[in-house]
Design a protein around this ligand. Structure first.
Ligand SMILES: Cc1cc2nc3c(=O)[nH]c(=O)nc-3n(C[C@H](O)[C@H](O)[C@H](O)COP(=O)(O)OP(=O)(O)OC[C@H]3O[C@@H](n4cnc5c(N)ncnc54)[C@H](O)[C@@H]3O)c2cc1C
Length: 417
């Protein structure tokens, strides 16, 4: 939908009433070719690419709340592809490339910026790991380079002087193409484009169970009745194992609350996104958007505990003393699902017709375009897309794990600090 300037002026004069809906809020039909459970970024992107690239248009997205109301609308919006293993670097870099053209593809402003993502090393050991990562990234064709302490201080002149830091910095590395994307816009952009291609988006519709007959799926039972389909995608974010368990499918997933915090707006301060035990970027409105490690115990309570915020602030104020006077305006949490190797679970399952987009932990926002693109390919053609073959569920049986604990900022499900 393109808005004309006089059109926008008329809407504003009407007190912001009468804006046209950007996607259809549909009633569920009795059957579809594909049911996508979960209206987060991954579910919506898969629905969009199914319709756009494969002509599969009898698709519905069933969302228990509102679209983007899960982790997609709760994350700290950082996108990067600086992962250690070639399988991951290829996959996440493909996603970054799709993000680079996504605004144009969806004709929607996703507020994409690429100031670069800078990781700081707090020990010689971490510095050695970063060196290894930068070399691995170069082999995978992803540009990244090490930075000395002097270069970091030139980039971030407000950092506390090295001799006063509680945890000294030993160096770092930069991925220049990393950055941030407005999270809601990603959900809304995909929803609008999918809806225009005929995809039904059904909000306030909880999927309660998955019908499995003779080893294959036949539909779902929802709070709004039964719906039939022989291909179903579970893209339920931090609640992936709940529905899967009801279909007798077990996944090695543990769930934690992960928090984000936002400050009052300040003048432009950061010319880079800082990643590590705390990650921080500055939004277009000037707010600092901060995240860190998860709460230390498993939980589905979407609140988060105060001690995690305190820990994040302590690290941040150690780095930037001037932030101690900032007012913090908002805090929230999302439930993130971690796998033992901190890589996602993607593709078909032992139940015919049941597909997974799960285990996205704290790193799934950056993967939304690639996750949707590759799963749509897999579900439409019946052939697993090459990029996601390594991320199948059976790697936990074969032992072919892709350990990205360090690259995802987590180690054994616990924050690195
Ligand atoms: C605080 C925080 C910061 C983060 N920061 C980053 C970051 O900077 N970069 C990054 O790459 N990633 C980040 N992440 C992770 C990222 O947000 C997620 O991995 C990603 O959004 C997952 O997308 P999704 O579509 O799979 O899940 P979601 O967006 O959670 O969508 C799943 C949807 O499924 C719905 N649902 C669940 N159960 C049912 C059911 N039974 N029936 C119907 N609908 C159901 C939910 O309501 C939800 O809307 C962060 C996460 C959090 C919480």
């Amino acid at each position: 939908m393109r808005y004309s300037l006089p059109g926008i002026f008329r809407q504003v004069c009407r007190g912001h009433t009468g804006w046209p809906r950007v996607w259809r809020d549909s009633e569920p039909a009795q059957s579809y070719d594909v049911i996508v459970v979960g209206g987060g970024g991954h579910g919506l992107a898969t629905a969009y690419y199914l319709a756009r690239r494969h002509g599969v248009r009898r698709v519905c997205v069933l969302e228990k709340g509102w679209i983007g109301g899960g982790n997609t609308g709760r994350n700290t919006t950082i996108v990067r592809s600086n992962y250690l293993h070639p399988e991951s670097a290829r996959f996440y870099d493909f996603s970054l490339k799709l993000y680079e053209g996504l605004g144009r593809e969806l004709n929607y402003n996703i507020m994409f910026g690429q100031p670069g993502v800078l990781n700081l090393a707090y020990s010689r050991q971490e510095l050695r790991q970063m060196n290894r990562r930068v070399n691995a990234l170069r082999h995978a064709g992803v540009t990244a380079h090490m930075m000395t302490v002097g270069e970091i201080y030139r980039r971030l002149p407000h950092l506390r002087p090295p001799e006063d830091l509680a945890r000294p910095i030993f160096g770092g590395f930069l991925q220049p193409r990393g950055g941030t994307v407005r999270h809601d816009a990603v959900a809304w952009g995909y929803a609008r484009a999918a809806s225009r291609l005929g995809v039904d988006i059904v909000q306030n519709c909880t999927v309660e169970s998955i019908a499995v007959n003779g080893g294959r799926v036949s539909g779902v039972a929802t709070s709004r009745g039964e719906i039939r389909a022989d291909r179903i995608l579970l893209a339920t974010g931090g609640h992936a194992s709940i529905l899967a368990r009801r279909a007798s499918l077990s996944m090695p997933i543990t769930s934690f609350a992960l928090q984000a915090m936002v400050s009052e707006p300040i003048r432009p301060f950061f010319n880079v996104v800082l990643d590590g035990p705390v990650y921080v970027s500055q939004s277009d409105r000037g707010e600092l958007v901060v995240g860190g490690g998860t709460d230390l115990f498993n939980s589905y309570a979407q609140r988060g505990i105060a001690s995690t915020c305190e820990r994040n602030f302590a690290v941040l104020v150690d780095l930037f003393p001037c932030f101690s006077r900032l007012k913090w305006m908002r805090q929230w949490a999302g439930i993130v699902d971690y796998t033992p190797d901190h890589s996602p679970i993607l593709g078909p399952t032992e139940i015919e017709g049941l597909f997974l987009s799960a285990g996205w932990g704290s790193y799934g926002f950056k993967a939304i375009p690639a996750g949707g693109y590759t799963l749509a390919h897999t579900m439409a053609t019946g052939r697993v897309h090459d990029l996601i073959k390594p991320f199948s569920l059976d790697r936990f049986v074969t032992g072919a794990l892709i350990d990205e604990g360090a690259s995802s900022g987590m180690d054994l499900g616990r924050p690195v600090i």
